[in-house]
Design a protein around this ligand. Structure first.
Ligand SMILES: [Zn+2]
Length: 370
């Protein structure tokens, strides 16, 4: 039999490992017949304790599965959230992870959902589906990208039913294109075994080494222009570079490979548009480009890529700068490694728009900022 203690242990295990979980991403759960305990939205897995989990009635969650909801996505997601809120047993002041219904669907005691770099190198590559079929066969379920929330829930519900019919078993591994993975099992030891085996199957026959060398601070004319330009608006900026960022900043062509988000999580922390500025751009031209960017996108650029320079990160606080840097660095790793699986595959414009307008992610962003 499982316990909440084991849930806490496995949550910290993956939460503390940046290869699996960065920023507030990922979530874990434990369930018995009546209840499910799931990570609260916005609480990081690393260092999570019992108070970071919400317990819900599985019977009431099951009612959400049967209900019908409005077509309009804003209304629908609002109603689903309030129904989910009613399913809470305790504590009522936390919001359960938006992926709660997905956890409830999968019939294993422990579910660990993460967005690991190496797995997303496949999930965000052009050959994702083919690679999963070749490497995992009937051991895994592959689900094409679907807008998160209720739509994804419905999609996953249908896919799991098909899988059960076809193989007479519950999927232990569910791959989500441009998102991440769900692993389920009845013991935490098995969850860990499965994660290990996934990683080794992905590495088979591939050279998945990243460019060596750390991210370090740097200064340039452009980084000073940016920091002066935004000083009056209480925005802070810092510039960083590494061999990996050099790889993508060397030309506009290279930059194209990191120019759009791969996953909803990247949008949550870094937004969906970034700004590439040519080397040696004059001060007044740079300022003009910054203004144009804000006009088109409706927000200041969180990530500016300087040609042959590095990344200039702009945010409201040092803490937020670190988070953006961490998430964007992961995105560069995913892009770099995706070359082994057919090259990078970004989210589409429509998929990006859905996330930009999604209240749930705005909530998560605000909790993460504190
Ligand atoms: Zn996720």
């Amino acid at each position: 039999m499982g316990t909440i203690q084991q849930l806490i242990e496995i949550s910290r295990h993956y939460g503390g490992d940046p290869a699996y979980v960065i920023a507030g991403g990922g979530n874990t759960s434990f369930k018995d017949d009546q209840r499910i305990w799931i990570k609260a939205s916005g609480i990081p897995l690393a260092g999570i304790g019992e108070s970071g989990f919400v317990s819900l009635s599985r019977k009431k969650l099951g009612e959400i599965e049967e209900n019908s909801y409005p077509e309009d996505s804003v209304l629908r997601e609002e109603q689903v959230i309030s129904d989910m809120q009613r399913a809470i047993i305790s504590p009522e002041n936390l919001r359960p992870s938006v992926e709660t219904s997905l956890h409830n669907l999968i019939d294993y005691a422990y579910i660990v959902h993460t967005h690991p770099t190496i797995i997303n190198a496949v999930m965000c590559a052009n050959d994702a589906q083919q690679e999963v079929e070749e490497r995992f066969g009937s051991d895994a379920l592959y689900v094409e990208y679907t807008d998160p929330g209720y739509i994804l829930f419905r999609k996953l519900q249908a896919e799991i039913r098909t899988y059960r019919q076809r193989y007479g078993a519950e999927p232990k591994i569910i791959f989500l294109q441009n998102h991440g993975i769900f692993v389920g099992a009845n013991s935490t030891a098995e969850v860990k075994d499965i994660y290990r085996s996934i990683e080794s199957r992905i590495r088979e026959g591939k050279d998945l080494e990243l460019l060596p060398g750390k991210m370090e601070g740097y200064q340039s004319e452009l980084s000073s222009i940016v920091s002066d330009h935004y000083a009056s608006r209480n925005l802070v900026s810092k510039a960083f570079r590494s061999p990996l960022s050099d790889h993508f900043s060397s030309s506009r062509n290279q930059y194209q490979k990191i120019s759009r988000p791969f996953t909803p999580d990247i949008i949550v922390y870094c937004k969906s548009s970034y700004l590439f500025l040519k080397k040696g751009v004059k001060g007044n031209v740079a300022e003009k480009r910054l203004r144009e960017f804000e006009k088109t996108s409706g927000y200041y650029p969180k990530v500016i890529v300087e040609e042959n320079g590095g990344l200039i990160i702009l945010e409201e606080s040092e803490k937020s700068i670190r988070t953006v840097l961490e998430v964007f660095t992961d995105m560069m790793k995913i892009s770099y490694l995706s070359e082994q699986f057919g090259g990078p595959h970004f989210m589409t414009k429509e998929q990006i728009n859905f996330i930009d307008n999604w209240e749930v992610e705005n909530y998560r962003r605000s909790v993460a900022k504190g």
